[in-house]
Every structure is written in structure tokens, then in C-alpha cells.
Design a protein around this ligand. Structure first.
Ligand SMILES: [Fe+2]
Ligand SMILES: [Fe+2]
Length: 513
């Protein structure tokens, strides 16, 4: 019997600068970059930069002026979320005296000089690129509100506040989505690849008031083209990202061909992230890292390094096992830590999803599923498919089918995989499911059909995943409640909910001291 045809989506180019038809047969970033290095003609510049380049170079130009205010201000936890915070922002051009002013009163009190960075475009996509400024405050008090502003000679930002992670085991909330983009209705619409729901997603997060946001990758959709898209995105998220850490994972659209090794120069230059992964470079921005908040360890991985889906596989294996070794070491430490109950992992490519656009990635399964099983990972958050899906708990080739409302016991049942990819990016018309038949990109990158009876819930449309953690009481249970909320209406109605339970280990350990 012949296999049913699998629809192949071409609406989301993996490498924004180069059409898929040219990439056919290309097996690595280096080979693909060679395409970008070919002699440049006006025609190839336009083609290479994609449709967004048609906006014309005038949109790329943003000369730096001393009076230009700091823009796109955003936070990320430092190496220790309780005692450090990185503040980042950009200016159109170089400025002097970039610095963070910070203190536990509105008078600030401490000034920390910023490190300023930028990066170069490939010769085929010439354009000016903004300057990024980063300052990390260390030695802060856990669970404390700080006041800050950023400045350079001739300009200063408004004042903002943030709170460091608590030093105690406390109830808290975080939110998650991936696949964001920017609003094409803005003045800079020609570099925007998103929908009117992209800024609405930020407002949804604000309304939900989490402690931090986990972004599962595909951020600005600058896609190796005009880098102004990053500036627009940072301005779009500033209202929330300036007051709460916005913890990001790499998506396929952060592989920007020609922009440095692996296409990661823009990501590495624009974020200052915890440097406890092993791919930290001179910018101290790791492409994978972990942080603990209350009784939860959150691990942010580079899914591009494991994905086998054809056209999205160019960075596969470039760390030669180093990320896997770090994952195992980190999971091992987490499961022996007295203060960690929950382990949540975020990366971009779905391990289990029935959407026909990208489906499931067998490369990620081969690399990481046995590790997640062995160390009883609780929840995996992905994006890439522009929808929301949740699986029943999965272990190995089996899963435990639960009735709606029945709690998940991950320690015995397995991992709950969540695709939270409804962050505002276009849902392709073919972004549907053929359940129970499901698309799997196998280890070799070929498309296969599998039965996906592990699927528990699927929601079309724009959604944010909300995770509420209750540490419980000694002798009792801790709960992790995952709720998907649509943000297409002001109701932000819950459209899926599941409760996970574990023995309350962390709160007992801390109170027993
Ligand atoms: Fe996406
Ligand atoms: Fe993606």
C-alpha cells in the first residue's frame, strides 16, 4: 500500500534569506553560506533579502544620534536569578557612556557601565545594524524589587522596576509561547512577519502577570534579512520585557545565514543570557542554559542542534555531543537537588505534535527523549508549529491515556509535551491536523506517517501557555497546573488545562533546615 501524501509547507522558509528551492541538497550552514557569498547583483540582493528587502534601504537606515533614547529595553536573569539581572537595549548607532543605573530605591544609587556590541551583515545583504548595549547587575538581594533606568551621553530612559527571583520556595506563575513576529500594521510593516496578534501576545502576558516568560523560539523573524525586524520586535516587547525577564530559546528563524557562525550572531549580540551552558562566547550569551525559580528548573535548549526536519537541519550536530552531555549533567544535578521538584524544558522544534506544517521531529526524539525519560522531565515546551497541542504523558514508545481532568503523575507516567507555538505568527491555512495520522520527520530527515494516539489536546488559534506552580506543604504534594488561554478575545478564555502532581520535596527540605 502506498503511503498517503504528506502536505509540505513552504509558507515558512527555514532560512529567510534563501528560497527553499535553492537550498535543496544543501547539508550544512557552511554550504548554505557559500550561496550567500556568490557575486551580488541588484536582483540577487532583493531575492536574498526576501520580500522584506523591497521596503528599500531607507527603512534599514537609522543613524545613531547622541539624543536618541535607549530603545527596546529587555531583561534576562543573570547566572543566578536571585542575585543577578541583565538589562539590554539598543540604539541606532554608536553612543558614548552607555550605562545602567540601579538601586532598591527610585534614587538608583549604583551605575554599571554597559558593554556595547554589534555584528556585521553578509555582503549580499548590506545594511546598517543597530548597537546593542548590555549591563548585568550582580550581588542583588533575592526576592527584592529594584528600580533602574538606562542611559548614554545625551539621553536617558524612563525608570522601570523588576523583582529578583525569590530565595524561598514559593507559589508563582510563568507564561510561555513561541513563534511571535511583529505586527505588519505598524509603520515598519515591510520588515514585519507576523500578525496583529503579535503585539496582542505581549499584552496577554502583561494581563497574566507572570514572574517571567519562556519564549520557545522564532522571535522577531528577521530571518537573515533586514535586521530592523529585531529592533521592531524589541520595541514591541518592551512594555513587559523591561519589567520582567524574557527568557528566550533559539528557533529556526534565529539561524540567520551569513550572520556569523551558525547564523547566530544576531541572537548572541542582542541577548545577554545566563552563561551556564557550555557554548558561552565572548558575549557571554549561551545558546542553551538553565535557571531555577522556586522549586522549578527551566532548561532552554538549542533545538536547531538536534532537529532533523529537512530544511531546518543545518545546525544539526555542530556541538558534537556537548549539548547532550550538558543536558545529562544538568538533569542529573536537578534530580539530586533537594530544592528542585519540577524540571521544565523549552526548545523550538516539536518532539510530538500532529500539526501538518512541521509535525514531530525525530532528530530531537533520538537525541533527547531517552534523557528526558531517564531523568523524569515533567514538561517539554516547544513551538515551531503555529498552534497549541498537549500530549498525554509519554515514556519511550508508550503513553498513558488520561481522562480530561485526571492529574498527570510524571514520575511514573512520563513527559507531557506541549506545543505552545501560537504566539502571534501566521497560522498557515494548512496548519491543521490529520489526526490520528501524523507527520514525523525521521532521523534521516524524511517524512513518515505515524499514529499519534498520544495527543490529548489541540487548539487552533493564538494561545499562551500559563504555568502555575504550587510548592505544596511538607508531606503533601506540589502541583504544576498548565492552562492554555486564547488571546484572540479580551476574555482570554482557558481552552485547555492539566494538573501535574509530585511529592512536595523542595518545600519540605527548605522548612526542615
Ligand atoms: Fe515559527
Ligand atoms: Fe519555527
Amino acid at each position: 500500500m502506498s503511503r498517503p501524501p504528506v502536505p509540505f509547507d513552504v509558507s515558512e522558509a527555514a532560512r529567510g534569506g534563501i528560497p527553499e528551492r535553492i537550498l535543496r541538497g544543501v547539508r550544512s550552514s557552511e554550504e548554505a553560506y557559500e550561496i550567500l557569498r556568490r557575486p551580488v547583483t541588484r536582483r540577487s540582493v532583493l531575492k536574498g533579502a526576501g520580500a522584506a528587502a523591497l521596503a528599500g534601504p531607507v527603512l534599514w537606515t537609522r543613524p545613531g544620534r547622541a539624543s536618541e533614547p535607549p530603545r527596546g529595553i529587555h531583561l534576562a536573569y543573570g547566572d543566578d536569578p536571585g542575585t543577578s539581572m541583565s538589562v539590554s537595549w539598543f540604539t541606532g548607532g554608536p553612543v558614548a557612556g552607555a550605562a545602567l543605573e540601579i538601586g532598591d530605591t527610585p534614587a538608583f544609587g549604583t551605575t554599571i557601565p554597559a558593554a556595547s556590541t554589534t555584528y556585521s551583515p553578509p555582503p549580499s545583504i548590506p545594511q546598517p545594524i543597530s548597537r546593542q548595549h548590555h549591563a548585568t547587575a550582580t550581588g542583588l538581594e533575592p526576592g527584592t524589587r529594584y528600580h533602574y533606568r538606562v542611559r548614554h551621553d545625551g539621553a536617558v530612559s524612563p525608570a522601570f522596576t523588576f523583582e529578583t527571583a525569590p530565595g524561598a520556595i514559593v507559589p508563582f506563575r510563568f507564561t510561555s509561547f513561541g513563534d511571535h513576529g511583529t505586527d505588519p500594521g505598524t509603520a515598519t510593516s515591510r520588515v514585519s512577519w507576523g500578525t496583529a496578534f503579535s503585539p496582542r501576545a505581549v499584552r496577554a502576558v502583561t494581563a497574566l502577570d507572570p514572574a517571567f516568560h519562556v519564549h520557545n523560539g522564532d522571535l522577531s523573524y528577521s530571518c537573515g534579512g533586514p535586521q530592523l525586524a529585531w529592533d521592531v520586535w524589541f520595541e514591541q516587547i518592551q512594555s513587559r520585557a523591561a519589567v520582567m525577564p524574557w527568557m528566550v530559546a533559539l528557533g529556526n528563524h534565529e539561524m540567520e545565514l551569513g550572520f556569523g557562525p551558525r547564523g547566530y550572531d544576531p541572537f548572541r549580540s542582542r541577548f545577554r543570557l545566563p552563561a551556564n551552558g557550555i557554548d558561552s562566547g565572548p558575549l557571554r550569551t549561551s545558546t542553551f542554559y538553565a535557571f531555577q525559580y522556586s522549586n522549578v528548573l527551566v532548561m532552554m535548549l538549542d533545538g536547531n542542534e538536534a532537529a532533523s526536519e529537512y530544511g531546518y537541519h543545518f545546525n544539526r550536530g555542530y556541538l558534537a555531543g556537548a549539548q547532550d552531555a550538558w543536558i545529562e549533567q544538568t538533569l542529573q544535578a536537578a534530580r539530586t537537588s533537594p530544592t528542585i521538584d519540577w524540571v521544565v524544558v523549552s526548545f523550538h522544534n516539536c518532539m510530538f505534535c500532529t500539526d501538518v506544517v512541521h509535525g514531530s521531529d525525530g532528530g530531537c526524539r533520538t537525541r533527547w527523549q531517552s534523557l528526558f525519560d531517564a531523568y523524569r522531565v515533567d514538561v517539554v515546551l516547544n513551538g515551531h508549529n503555529h498552534c497549541y497541542e498537549r500530549t498525554h504523558p509519554i515514556r519511550g514508545h508508550g503513553h498513558t491515556t488520561l481522562m480530561p481532568g485526571e492529574p498527570v503523575e510524571p514520575a511514573t507516567m512520563g513527559v507531557t509535551y506541549v506545543c505552545a507555538g501560537g504566539g502571534g505568527q501566521l497560522a498557515a491555512p494548512r496548519s491543521v491536523s490529520t489526526y490520528p495520522a501524523s507527520l514525523l520527520h525521521n532521523e534521516a530527515g524524511e517524512r513518515e506517517i505515524e499514529h499519534a494516539l498520544w495527543r490529548a489536546s489541540r487548539i487552533e488559534g493564538y494561545t499562551v501557555a500559563v504555568v502555575d506552580v504550587d510548592p505544596g506543604a511538607p508531606g503533601g504534594t506540589t502541583t504544576l497546573t498548565l492552562t492554555a488561554r486564547e488571546f484572540m478575545t479580551d476574555l482570554m478564555a482557558p481552552v485547555d488545562r492539566v494538573v501535574l502532581t509530585r511529592p512536595a520535596k523542595a518545600v519540605a527540605a527548605v522548612r526542615g533546615r
